[in-house]
Design a protein around this ligand. Sequence first.
Ligand code: B12
Length: 243
Amino acid sequence: MSITREIAEYLQKGKAKDVRRLVQQALEDGVPPQTILDDGLLAGLMVIGEKFQRDEVFVPEVLMASRAMNVGLTILEDQLHSGGEQPLGRVVLGTVHGDWHDIGKHLVAMMLRSVGFEVTDIGYDADADMFIDTAEEIHADIICMSALLTTTMPAMQEVIREMEERGVRGKYIVMIGGAPVNRIFAQEITADIYTPDAVTCAQAARKAVLAKRGNHEISEPVGEDARGKDTEKTGLPAGFDTL
Ligand code: B12
């Protein structure tokens, strides 16, 4: 059996120690981190997800598999971390209030760090004040929110509302994502950016931060962007493709 297959098998059984050992071994054997992630960790989690949907496993099993997943991700993260240089920008990242799903968020953090962002991960079940207070504290460029439940998606709008009430909406680029989230929902709640996965999230974040800086440097006039939105809100240049 291949080592990635073994990782997937142990992950399904929730054996975090074995997953840690095998991920380390795979890296030593020269298996690329992306392969370990796709064919090992994510492949195992997907099987558990499908079984969960068919009521073949229940919350405790999924929880144990998720812990094993996060242990594996932490090891891979060390490999992907660029570190050292001046950060490209600062991101506050969390899963919204009422929602405990944090695996996708963990992946998003990894990818953002790999393109050079400093990420402050505020964990899961994070309310509006936690997002905004942290963003203010660390002088963030981006607030990134994750939601995996249809019932917790409205909590994203709460954060944006609270930002408006506190008069800080224009200071931050707001990115949202998670399986039930889509572009239309992002438009409805006036988030700046939606992307479907961690890789595109990191690419879009990088593009947005560079565009915002470029905008400030050349002092482009405030106008309407592609969605007819007042760009003074986000500081992104007119026409910036955000959604
Ligand atoms: C693992 C899991 C759990 C674990 C979570 C543990 C953990 N530490 O995360 C536990 C057991 C706790 C759990 C509990 C529950 N869960 Co659950 N869970 C899952 C499961 C199996 C996998 C989710 C996952 O991690 N996917 C893998 C990651 C990598 O994908 P992802 O999160 O979507 O992230 C990617 C993108 O969405 C994106 N992304 C994510 N965040 C962000 C943020 C930004 C800014 C951007 C740009 C992109 C982005 O990038 C990521 C990587 O590419 C899914 C089923 C499934 N197959 O998805 C159900 C699922 C999400 N759960 C579900 C349910 C119903 C529940 C419970 C209500 C069950 C219950 N009866 O108690 C509880 C709710 C608890 C709570 N309050 O949150 C439903 C949700 C249905 C819905 N649409 O609302 C699902 C879909 C299962 C199902 N089919 O019924 N769950």
